[in-house]
Ligand binder design. Structure first.
Ligand SMILES: Cc1cc2nc3c(=O)[nH]c(=O)nc-3n(C[C@H](O)[C@H](O)[C@H](O)COP(=O)(O)OP(=O)(O)OC[C@H]3O[C@@H](n4cnc5c(N)ncnc54)[C@H](O)[C@@H]3O)c2cc1C
Length: 475
């Protein structure tokens, strides 16, 4: 019997979820699972991964009976709480190459870029109004010490024949981002932004329309791996031919996955609408912007003129538990606000109206992985997006759907579908070491903002951060 960890109700509403609830015609939650059910496939988790997987299964084989169980409401996890950056995977080309080989890596980065466009097209075709804005993403720096750090990366892109990215001058950066603090950067013209909760809720609506049986407020408490897997909730059970775990950071408490995923916080703040202010500084192209820190700041200006900014990696879980402190951390919200005020001094007097957090499923190498739980062909999982999952979860849905249906295609065969590829040290080493490394990264990056390099001890400690964080480009 496998037991799942609790899913705590966030105490602070994410702006996006609040907005989605206000405008959704069918905002009422779906009734929880009750009694005994049977299904061909039972998906646990109603975020993008679970919903794209369900939709893909229905697309490939409409007769498949799919049940989806969500602990809260679909989109209440990372999918309704994220920064809304719809990014490709260009920045992961070298880690993908190391993991998959050059050919598969190239196929995956092109598939991720296509996924950005496909999300826009899917939403348009299905009347999902997600405020999709293909304004590109700008990876910038705010310290002279990082200027030019993208040169080698751009060189590699050029060698591989990828023309999606180009360096921007300080003047171009200032004109497009409206911040005097950005010193230079790179434009990825293939990226977009969305209102993330509207995307999750839209996928939920289409999945219901296509016959997926969704139950909300239905946390899987246990998975019985007998002759036929049975997923149990407080009031019901689903016996299925195939179970798919799409539970993001919450999967980190499962013994098989504990060392493969580290739940890390990402903390977000949003200002009141200030459309005139956004227009005055010229940040009107819908660009998704991030700085070059490991504890990354990432920000967009919404169509109604709010600046929404996130700060990644300020806390991590012990023993893989996504505790309530993940969502209720005033000190982390204050740090995110300081970042916003520094990046956008002209917003100094615009109040913060929302602050929230979410759990990111960080993998050691920064890449998602898909596989069979403990080798069991009837229980699949997918996790490890590491903070870049809005577009990538569409690919994750393809991998899981093809595998669940027993198809032999490019998705079931991808090297990402070969289970865990990279491990963190065990707790308590991981937790305690993580605290020390995180503090060192924080010190290093604060010092670098002043234009000075950090001391050697701090630099050495900061270099122990997970390899996927050190290599990450963009978001
Ligand atoms: C604050 C924040 C900002 C981010 N910003 C970006 C960004 O700008 N761009 C980007 O590409 N990525 C971003 N990400 C990452 C991205 O949001 C995720 O990779 C993506 O949403 C993952 O989708 P998912 O379906 O795997 O996970 P989730 O959306 O978290 O879905 C998992 C679901 O499983 C449910 N669940 C858990 N346990 C159980 C159980 N036992 N029974 C039933 N249900 C269960 C949860 O309630 C949850 O709804 C961000 C993440 C966070 C937290």
């Amino acid at each position: 019997m496998t037991r799942f960890q609790p899913v705590h109700r966030p105490r602070r509403p994410a702006l996006w979820i609040e907005q989605a609830r206000a405008i959704e015609p069918d905002a009422a939650p779906i009734e929880p699972l009750a009694g005994a059910h049977r299904a061909d496939v039972c998906i646990v988790g109603g975020g993008y991964t679970g919903l794209w997987t369900a939709l893909r299964i229905k697309e490939l084989d409409p007769a498949t009976d799919v049940v989806l169980l969500e602990a809260a409401r679909c989109g209440d996890g990372a999918s309704g709480r994220n920064g809304g950056f719809v990014l490709g995977w260009w920045g992961k080309l070298s880690s993908l190459t190391a993991l998959c080989g050059g050919e598969d890596a190239l196929r995956l980065v092109h598939a991720a870029a296509a996924a950005v466009r496909e999300i826009g097209a899917f939403c348009a075709a299905n009347g999902i109004r997600v405020e999709f804005r293909p304004g590109g993403a700008i990876w910038t720096t705010t310290t002279p010490l990082h200027l030019g750090m993208w040169d080698a990366f751009l060189g590699e892109m050029e060698r591989r024949g990828i023309a999606a990215l180009r360096a921007l001058s300080a003047a171009e950066i200032a004109a497009r981002t409206g911040s005097p603090v950005h010193l230079g950067g790179v434009l990825d013209s293939t990226a977009a932004t969305v209102q993330p909760a509207l995307l999750a809720r839209g996928l939920r609506r289409v999945a219901l329309d296509r016959g997926v049986r969704i139950f909300e407020d239905s946390r899987a408490t246990a998975l019985d791996r007998g002759a036929r897997p049975v997923v149990r909730t407080d009031r019901g059970a689903v016996a299925a031919e195939m179970v798919i775990l799409a539970i993001n950071a919450w999967a980190a408490s499962l013994p098989e996955l504990r060392r493969a995923i580290l739940p890390m916080s990402s903390d977000m703040v949003a200002t009141a609408p200030a459309a005139e202010r956004v227009a005055t500084i010229g940040w009107t192209g819908g660009e998704a912007i991030s700085d070059s820190r490991m504890m990354l700041h990432y920000y967009q200006a919404t169509p109604e003129g709010r600046v929404v900014l996130g700060r990644a990696g300020a806390a991590h879980a012990r023993l893989g538990r996504v505790s309530p402190t993940f969502d209720d951390a005033p000190a982390r919200a204050a740090a995110a606000e300081r970042g916003l005020r520094r990046l956008y001094p002209s917003f100094a007097d615009v109040p913060i109206t929302h602050a929230w957090s979410g759990a990111v499923d960080r993998a050691e190498n920064g890449l998602p992985f898909f596989g069979r739980l403990n080798g069991d062909p009837r229980v699949l999982y997918g996790a490890g997006y590491s903070g870049t999952g809005v577009a990538q979860s569409l690919l994750g849905g393809r991998i899981l759907a093809s595998t669940a249906l027993g198809l032999d295609d490019e998705w079931s065969a991808t090297p990402l579908n070969r289970g865990i590829r990279s491990l963190f040290p065990p707790d308590p080493v991981r937790y305690v070491g993580g605290v020390l490394v995180r503090k060192a990264v924080e010190r290093k990056e604060e010092t670098e903002e002043t234009g000075q390099p950090a001391g050697p001890v701090t630099r050495r400690l900061a270099a122990l951060a997970p390899s996927g964080m050190r290599k990450g480009k963009g978001k």
